[in-house]
Design a protein around this ligand. Structure first.
Ligand code: MF3
Ligand code: CO
Length: 255
């Protein structure tokens, strides 16, 4: 069942989403060669709690940290630890918080120092795919319109999209209906209605779409071919006249 949100509820999700957006920017300021992924998680978790919110990834189905921190060939669900960032890495911060009972979810892939033009192009295309998907977020469209738009943009640029993981409804819980795949067919899937709040989150591989999950920790999702991946995510409300993006990358990109 897809739970619709009232105008008031959407404004409360926006408050959660604004704090989450500031959180990603705060942690992003500490990304540099020589810091560990655990250090980034620690700074972020403190910031979330200092601002009266709760990090929902921590403890979610046993996930041990507030942030997923995914480096290079790790697509998503990297567990923060004693891994040091190096110049030229790409690192994704993915975080979900609850503020005053309302849940938001966002992710951003950062460059560590100078990165190769190839990875820069992957990141740029992935972020473009996110906004192209968001453009389809209007009442009367279907989930497949978002999925198709994201897939098309990535594949026409020579990249592939992960099949195993999808975007999702959000707002009252981390994962609600509907599922929002990054691949699909126009005009198919659930109908978008005003008041739906969803996460759109292209997970894009430079090489093949195939991924594997770590046998030791059960979480870390890597590309099978070892090539880099990127991941951007926004929490978006479906409006009658178009999308309302509740998270923002402005705090990251204006610093
Ligand atoms: N933020 C992610 C998502 O889009 C990942 C959550 S996995 C968790 O669903 F275990 F860390 F919570
Ligand atoms: Co998500």
């Amino acid at each position: 069942m897809i739970l619709l949100k009232t105008r008031e509820e959407i404004e409360l999700i926006r408050e959660s989403a604004t704090l989450l957006s500031k959180t990603l920017a705060e942690v992003g300021r500490h990304i540099r060669p020589g810091v560990t992924t655990a250090y980034l998680n620690q700074i972020g978790e403190q910031y979330i709690r200092d601002n009266g919110a709760e990090p929902l990834c921590k403890g979610y189905e046993g996930f041990p940290a507030a942030f997923c921190v995914s480096v290079n060939d790790v697509v998503v669900h990297g567990i923060p630890g004693n891994l040091f960032l190096n110049e030229g890495d790409n690192v994704t911060l993915d975080c979900v918080i609850k503020l005053n009972g309302y849940v938001s979810d966002s992710a951003y892939t950062f460059a560590v120092g100078e990165i190769s033009p190839e990875v820069q192009r992957l990141m740029k295309t992935t972020k473009e795919a996110l906004y192209i998907g968001i453009n389809q977020c209007k009442a009367g469209n279907r989930i497949g319109d978002i999925s198709h738009a994201v897939q098309q943009h990535c594949e026409k640029n020579g990249y592939s999209v992960v099949r195993e993981l999808c975007g999702h409804g959000v707002g009252f819980k981390m994962h609600e209906s509907p599922s929002v795949p990054n691949f699909g067919v126009k005009g198919t899937g659930p109908l978008l209605k005003e008041g739906m709040v969803i996460c759109i989150e292209p997970m894009v591989c430079m090489g093949s779409k195939n991924v594997k999950f770590s046998r030791t920790d059960g979480w870390t999702c890597r590309t099978k071919d070892g090539k880099p991946a990127a991941h951007y995510e926004h929490t978006v409300a479906v409006g009658n006249n178009g999308p309302e993006i509740l998270t923002t990358f402005d705090f990251i990109e204006q610093q």
